[in-house]
Design a protein around this ligand. Structure first.
Ligand code: SAM
Length: 298
């Protein structure tokens, strides 16, 4: 398809632009922005700053979330006429929580060429300095806007063992952390990456409770743009204990209340209280099941 398109149809270039620092753009991206027939931009006024900075004077057309279905069909016709187009968003990589998916889908389905011009992306930039496992992670985009929906979202991810990342705005960062504290363990490790590549860039790696304290206390920590990275949950509590340690807990539970047994098991085994407590609840539940089974049979 690529070969047959040469000199017949135009190419759609999906071009990443900076997420703050204007120098974070590739030579190739600048060449493409200069040489295409037109640039389809999320906000034409916004991209003008970047174009001016690099002396690019090119035709701009608008493609945003409210017109992208209609605009995509028009742009496909332009590509069919042999014109080449660069797609850019306000910041970073198009389509990543940004417009462009309908256009890329349409152009690919029509069998025309779509070429990526890679560059900045806020989530990848934040992950690259998080110091957290990133071999596998999930990107969640923007979170739901209401507190109840956000809490349900966090509850669903409570036991996810992989790192997860989301985008947040200055209007909701505090409320978002408050909801997280209500659902996730206070010692869960998180990274708040704020104003990446800009003058007030701030990247902090703290526990969830520290993050809430920091953002509550410091007005500046509620300004700008945010990427939040959440460390995965530890493996299931029971799996983190050896058989020996579980045996100690079971013996203690025969003689004492759960609370006392857990407290003593912490001293004896050195296993974390949260893990022992979860295991104790599970052991207690299994014991209840056995008793009710015996009761029914006899
Ligand atoms: N397509 C973009 C990308 O590649 O990252 C993201 C666009 S999305 C509409 C904008 C969101 O990305 C912001 O609300 C913020 O959560 C995040 N973001 C963008 N630039 C950022 C920056 N410089 N620092 C921190 N977060 C940023």
């Amino acid at each position: 398809m690529t070969v047959s398109n040469v000199n017949v149809f135009g190419t759609l270039y999906v071009v990443a632009t900076p997420i703050g620092n204007l120098a974070d753009i590739s030579f190739r991206a600048i060449e493409i922005l200069k040489s295409v027939d037109m640039i389809a931009a999320e906000d034409t006024r916004h991209v003008v700053m970047l174009l001016k900075h690099y002396g690019i004077t090119n035709k701009l057309v608008s493609l945003h979330q409210h017109n992208e279905d209609k605009a995509s069909s028009v742009l496909l016709e332009k590509l069919r006429d042999g014109l080449s187009i660069a797609l850019v968003s306000d910041a970073g990589t198009p389509l990543l929580s940004d417009p462009g998916m309908p256009l890329v889908k349409l152009v690919k389905e029509a069998g025309l060429d779509v070429v990526p011009i890679p560059g900045a992306c806020a989530l990848i930039t934040a992950l690259s300095v998080a110091g957290m496992p990133v071999t596998q992670f999930s990107f969640e985009g923007f979170l739901p806007r209401t507190s109840s929906a956000r809490k349900a979202f966090f509850a669903e991810r409570l036991n996810h063992t992989k790192t997860w990342v989301f985008y947040e705005s200055c209007h909701r960062i505090l409320a978002c952390l408050q909801d997280m504290v209500d659902v996730l363990p206070l010692d869960r490790e998180i990274v708040i990456a704020r104003e990446l590549t800009k003058l007030h860039e701030t990247i902090v790696k703290v526990t969830l409770s520290e993050a809430l304290a920091l953002v509550s206390a410091n007005e500046n920590m509620r300004k700008g743009e945010f990427v939040v990275i959440v460390g995965g949950a530890e493996e299931d509590g029971k799996q983190l204990m050896t058989t020996e340690q579980e045996k100690v807990l079971k013996i203690l539970m025969r003689e004492c209340s759960i609370k006392t047994a857990v407290a003593m098991a912490v001293d004896i085994t050195g296993v974390r209280k949260k893990i022992l407590y979860q295991a104790a609840l599970q052991i207690d539940q299994e014991k209840d099941c056995r008793i009710s089974y015996i009761g029914t049979d006899f």
